[in-house]
Design a binder for this molecule. Sequence first.
Ligand SMILES: NC(=O)c1ccc[n+]([C@@H]2O[C@H](COP(=O)([O-])OP(=O)(O)OC[C@H]3O[C@@H](n4cnc5c(N)ncnc54)[C@H](OP(=O)(O)O)[C@@H]3O)[C@@H](O)[C@H]2O)c1
Length: 268
Amino acid sequence: MNKIAIIGCGNMGLIYANSFLRYKIVTTTNLLLVEKNESRQLALSALNIGRVVTADNAEIADCNIIILAVKPQDFKELAKSLKQVINPKSIILSIMAGTEISLIQSLLNNQQVVRAMPNLPVEISMGMTAYCTSSKVNINDMMLIENLLSTTGRTLYVKHEQQLNAVTALSGSGPAYFFYFMKHIIEAGVQMGIEEHISVILAKQTMLGAFQLINNGQKSLDEYICSVASKGGTTEAALRTFDENRMNEIIIKALLNAEQRAKELSLK
Ligand SMILES: NC(=O)c1ccc[n+]([C@@H]2O[C@H](COP(=O)([O-])OP(=O)(O)OC[C@H]3O[C@@H](n4cnc5c(N)ncnc54)[C@H](OP(=O)(O)O)[C@@H]3O)[C@@H](O)[C@H]2O)c1
């Protein structure tokens, strides 16, 4: 039976705790919720989903899986107490953005590290998480971690740690790009005289339908674009505006900038 310590039970830590319990990957008695914030500790205790302890608790040594879900800037301080109690055989799963495997290995003196980049829809089990591992993680442990991550949505292995910067730019930040696009589609609807709540429904269902088509249909993206954009029609008028303003280049440049920022942050 797994015994899991989730270190840092804020937004993400709590999502993982609930997801593991939902899929019975761990029991409440074998789940340690490691949290330093006092008001958060009280709130977690009231939920009754695991035992609430601090990062110097000796029971952490009994956990086969340790999840690091504190903010990256809090990790160095956390490592000082965690290092005293951690079992060198435990597998460490870090979701801290931009914190490299080598830093985790050296500060915790533990070589078996998995680094993952989830995104916000993990909240509703519709997340996209990509992960990579240190060379010391064996295939069984890798599958164990993949099963854990998959309780929050879809999971994908990437071979090279540097690729997590691109993952951060694409799927990590990605939900915000779609929210941004949708926000302005809704705004355009309002400018054309539609009530806002109607515009919201039109935009949401259109996004859902478009996603289902590309996920379940047989055509390529270009073929679907052609299916909507008939010659001389309304879609063509909108797409021409995108092209004239080099929207394609803007989108690619935006993601490359996000990737560059992820690289810079991981060097800090
Ligand atoms: N949110 C996302 O969409 C997302 C996506 C991908 C990755 N991530 C990563 O997920 C991690 C967690 O993000 P979050 O949004 O869940 O942060 P959060 O809500 O701030 O949760 C972190 C929790 O850890 C606590 N903490 C700090 N130091 C600790 C220590 N030494 N021992 C025990 N607990 C400690 C914090 O307490 P205090 O508040 O008192 O500091 C806080 O309650 C981050 O590294 C982030 O990069 C987040």
